[in-house]
Write a protein that binds this ligand. Sequence first.
Ligand SMILES: *Cc1c(COP(=O)(O)O)cnc(C)c1O
Length: 852
Amino acid sequence: MQAAVFPQAVKQWPSPIARLSELAANLWFSWNHEALALFAEIDAVKWAASGHNPVRLLQDLDESQIVALSNNTEFTERYRRVMDTFDSYLNGKTWFQDKYADRSYVQIAYFSAEFGFHESLPIYSGGLGILAGDHTKSASDLGIPLIGIGLLYKKGYFTQKIDASGGQQSELYPYDFTKLPIQPVIQNGEQLTVSIAMPGRAIALQIWQIQVGRNRVYLLDADHASNQPADKELTAQLYGGNQDTRIAQEMVLGIGGVKTLRALGVYPNVYHINEGHAAFLTLERLKELLQLGLPFHSAVETVRSATVFTTHTPVPAGHDTFSIEMVEHYLGPYLQELSRHKQQIVTLGLDHHTGQFNMTHLAMNTAGMRNGVSKLHGQVSREMFKEFHGHIDASEVPIGSITNGVHMDTWTAPQWKELFDRFLPGTWREEQANKHQWQQIEVIPDESIWSVHQQLKEDLIRFARQNLLEQRKRNGESEERIQEVRKYLNPKALTIGFARRFATYKRANMIFNDLYRLKKLMNDPDRPVQFIFAGKAHPADYPGQELIRDIYRVSQMKEFAGKIVILENYDMNMARYLVQGVDVWLNNPRRPLEASGTSGQKAAMNGVLNFSVLDGWWEEGYNGTNGWAIGSTGAADWAAQEKENTQAIYHILEKEIIPLYYNQGALPHQWISRMKRSIQSLSPVYNTHRMVQDYTEEAYLPTAERARLFVVNHYDVATKVADYKQFIRNNWYHVKIIGIDDRSAKLSTEVPLAEMKPTTKEITAQVHFGPIWPQDTAVEVVYYEEHAGDWKQKIVSMEPSGELTDQLQSFKATIPGHLVHGPHFSIRVRPISANFAHSFELSLVTSTLSWQ
Ligand SMILES: *Cc1c(COP(=O)(O)O)cnc(C)c1O
């Protein structure tokens, strides 16, 4: 096989700048502005031509340029400063080392189908990937021992062009991996490969690595010489191809990913499945354990103890599903050695309603910890997956939530960082999740804030004009049409940004529902308003592409020319310009379909005000003074919701946003004060440092500890848990609640509720357990209490009283005096264990009421 070419192998670097290629090979450069500026300074033209890719930049330099650089003391001085910062970053003490010095055994493997680190590494399509990239970066900053596993897409995600009729053209180019900030993993002088079984053949996967600060991400690539031509294409495109490509890709990621870890000698105690795509990793782990001779249920418990699953999709239709036949076909050869367990394995992913194999079901059934990505999305997920846990209230479904954030150093403009350096405590970066220090924003002079903001807006407008210019040139438009974009967009006008994937639920063209009203509000000569749109629609998403066409059509109308524009090829580079340069960030998805959303968080960090439907993160982020909320909390029917939201958008623009923005003398002080409130309240919360700290403390540490416990003494605890569950399942039918003494029942039916005093009373119940130990259960009273119009479930545990006789045990509890069994409260029994990850691991609940 062909040896990969490293940048350092191409040229001999003179010693004063010998480590430039090392810097280029670590994605740390992507969030360090001095490093980025250093590369830009080497050769601005080649830097731009490389797509901000330092590896390519260095390869493209002439010998003479390299010699000149090494003799340029001003440059070598800057280089040395950057390298010092780099070295102290890599060797410095971290949050994790500091706080969890005793947890050196923790090892996390984070699996994701996409990672968005930087525009120079095109292995992401949108929010999910950027979240994974930001997660990895913060893990590095905080010293969290995390290894990423992903796929290396030969052709990445498509490049978008918009033609002269607003149509989206998608183009794919094969990347030259030797020119990306990635390197082959070399073992015994060759690139490491792993192999996975597919119907009728094995596929070889070659392994690459990227260095993300302190942490590594391994990428799998099917474009190996020994594979059949069709198999080489398996990892060609992100979210490309049909269902067959999809399932094969997911096998590469999950199964190949675990094999890669093993080939590297890595045995993590936490496996994080970032969205269902990666859930096959649990099958490979099951297989390993079954081949060791573990019984099936003990193997499942072992896998579950070490798995964390994050779901990102609030609609059932958005989850990855495959037909059972397809799963049996693709996994057939893989499962051959485990044919005894084939049915059990397939059942782990079976959705009983649709008869399909559902990757989210597989993840739900094999992950001890699960979470959604905002508080609201956690709630939606608990409703959606309620059936996994029997008859319990949705609020008790064991799916938590950890709200997404963004990587502050990546997304905040250098000019803002300079202000923070000057006015915030020196620890603002490391302790960005500390609310207290952000109060200091108050002392930054309004002039400084406005001048930074205005500068970033001008940068954006320049960038946007250039993008439009290239669009029109390429589309062969008239010279007049090409030149007129130089006057497009007014740096003094209130500028509203809308950029994200053009999925239909995001309703990108909603603002056009009443063009007449829009025209009026935009075209007041004293108070002009303009809009910048951008985003890609998936090539198979025709309704999404219609949205682009529609925005383009409106942008060409005489009254909107130069005031509504749509830019092409939204990527991380453009995203930075937009979230740093507009005044207002508009977001109007159908609620509750935006699980979190993150672009608004990027905007908030840069003093851009959010104007958004109360969905995803904004429902918890909005506090009444740090931006604007659109509409009510959401009508159930889509048409009604859209009508309501549209009215709200125009109304708030006309009555609040535009007047506030234009209420300025020399400076719009009230607007700036809102910017300050936005940064103060949102920056400390919606960053990935806070998020990854939450993942560490709520999910990774407890998971690592359980995983360790489960495997000691030949999987002793895993086996005990499995046996215990089996025993409880087999005998649960014995459990019956037979006698309830509800002493004041008569009284409370006679006295009207309103007249009753808040007294308490004692109730008793008898439970028949059969062979089950009462200690292995919890007996509880369940009732509902009204809180501000909402009925909240209340749980009171019942204490045993007296002796266990004839498998019967009495329990008692004290509850509010007016409650009557039946109409007001019920009693339930559920199995418990100290080794369960959560209270409803077994979906067995015996209750005195069936309506629950
Ligand atoms: C942040 C980002 C996204 C995600 O934005 P949402 O508002 O969450 O949809 C998508 N694409 C790019 C390029 C981004 O930078």
